[in-house]
Design a protein around this ligand. Structure first.
Ligand code: SF4
Length: 430
């Protein structure tokens, strides 16, 4: 019997990168390669799928590559391969600076990596090796982005928007459901644009209509909607169909009109507020998640205060904050980086501390109510799960005293008995 080569993908950055990593792993023939998950031993080959979105992510990617190179020098790995956003963006520099890497690939690495490993495809369908818990998986519905946000390097790295077809996504969802996936997390740089490149009209609702018919999929969650032109029929479908989680992740970045203009976001404060009101009117009880950016050039104290007041007024259910980092090649790069990192951090902390108090109030209002919870894992004395209002990794969790007969991947009804800022506690209903 041929001894299998062991292989591991270290996936950095966002969930879209994770899907790419899963596709890379899924395309390697299992009779030749066996996958070792992170932390479970030292594989022959390590593939680092890098992120190049912002300064911190780039630093993390380079540190990770260097740590793995050190292990290679000690003989723990045979080959180190690097792919993803960072290597797409800085290929020539990286090649020179880290010659110990055996091969470099860009963002569409799966085919090239496959060729590098001297194998041929056996199956036209996109195969994936799922690295998330068995019951949920990300479904990347498009690649690239057609917007021109001034601070963002993604269109440069990933190219123009390219929607995957409804047929191929439905097929992928069917394969995932067959492997035990119950929750699909739809991701793209910009969900709102889905379909425009194919048919000059929005097709997200049509895609959802197809996905809700896939047997075994019980929850579909939407990540990364752009506030402009978000299709209204999706909101109607969300309100009507229990399989589409009442959840929307809309990165807004800022609310001050001058900054929105400089960021080239294409929407104003007034339009943003109207859009959020419409979402809440059409889908009562929806959980809204957003991501904001502080410290963008020109963010005066007043502009920051406006953002702070907006967060206080809108009361998002979930919220994350980035500090601005200038990226070469973007339009905003020429504006410099006039706000000190310490001040950016202070602004980030101010918003996160405001959000903690909002989140606590929202959570406390859930005590005494019953929610359907999907169990993700067992952690010590607790079963840990989520409601439809929470996405894995980034949102709140529900902690339930362990009951041996309940297992990860199971849906149960839970009565909420206690709440803190980011967690709920509950007991299963009989
Ligand atoms: S919508 Fe804007 S921020 Fe998001 S990927 Fe596209 S250009 Fe970047």
């Amino acid at each position: 019997m041929v001894k299998k080569t062991t292989l591991q993908v270290v996936s950095l950055g966002c969930s879209k990168n994770l899907v790419d990593s899963e596709k890379i792993l899924g395309q390697l023939p299992s009779e030749r390669f066996s996958v070792i998950e992170e932390g479970r031993g030292d594989p022959n080959i390590v593939i680092v799928n890098t992120c190049g979105f912002i300064h911190d992510a780039k630093e993390e990617s380079i540190d990770t590559i260097l740590q793995i190179i050190e292990k290679k020098k000690k003989g723990l790995h045979e080959k180190v391969l690097v792919c993803g956003c960072l290597s797409q963006r800085y290929l020539d520099d990286l090649r020179q600076e880290i010659p110990e890497v055996d091969a470099w690939f860009g963002v569409s690495a799966a085919n090239d990596l496959y060729a590098y490993l001297k194998e041929t495809y056996q199956n036209d369908l996109p195969q994936r090796y799922i690295t998330t818990p068995k019951h949920y998986a990300y479904l990347k519905i498009a690649e690239g982005c057609d917007r021109t946000c001034s601070f963002c390097a993604i269109p440069m790295i990933r190219g123009a928007y390219q929607s995957a077809s409804i047929d191929s996504l439905t097929e992928e969802a069917t394969i995932l459901a067959g492997k035990g996936v119950k929750e699909l997390l739809l991701v793209a740089q910009d969900l709102s644009y889905y379909g425009y490149d194919l048919s000059k009209k929005p097709m997200l609702a049509k895609l959802l209509q197809s996905l809700i018919r896939v047997e075994g999929i019980e929850w579909i969650r939407l990540h990364y909607a752009y506030p402009n032109n978000f299709p209204e029929d999706v909101l109607q479908l969300m309100a009507e169909n229990p399989r589409i989680c009442n959840y929307l992740d809309i990165p807004l970045q800022h609310i001050n009109d001058e900054l929105l203009l400089s960021m080239r976001r294409g929407h104003s404060k007034k339009q943003t507020i109207r859009f959020l009101e419409k979402v809440r009117r059409l889908v009562p009880g929806i959980a809204l998640r957003t991501t904001l950016m502080v410290g963008y050039p020109g963010e005066t104290k007043q502009a920051f205060q406006e953002l702070y007041d907006f967060v206080e007024a809108v009361r998002f259910d979930r919220l994350g904050v980035f500090t601005y980092s200038p990226e070469e090649g973007t339009r905003a790069f020429n504006l410099g980086d006039p706000i000190a990192q310490a001040e950016k951090n202070r602004r980030e902390e101010a918003i996160m501390s405001l959000q903690a108090s909002i989140s606590l109030q929202i959570n406390q209002a859930k005590v005494g109510k019953t929610y359907r919870v999907l169990i993700d894992r067992v952690d010590g004395k607790y079963l840990v799960g989520r409601t439809e209002f929470d996405s894995p990794e980034v949102d709140n969790e529900v902690l339930i005293p362990d009951q041996k007969e309940i297992i990860p991947g199971q849906f149960i009804d839970v009565l909420i008995t206690k709440a803190d800022e980011y967690d709920l506690y509950g007991k299963p209903l009989d």
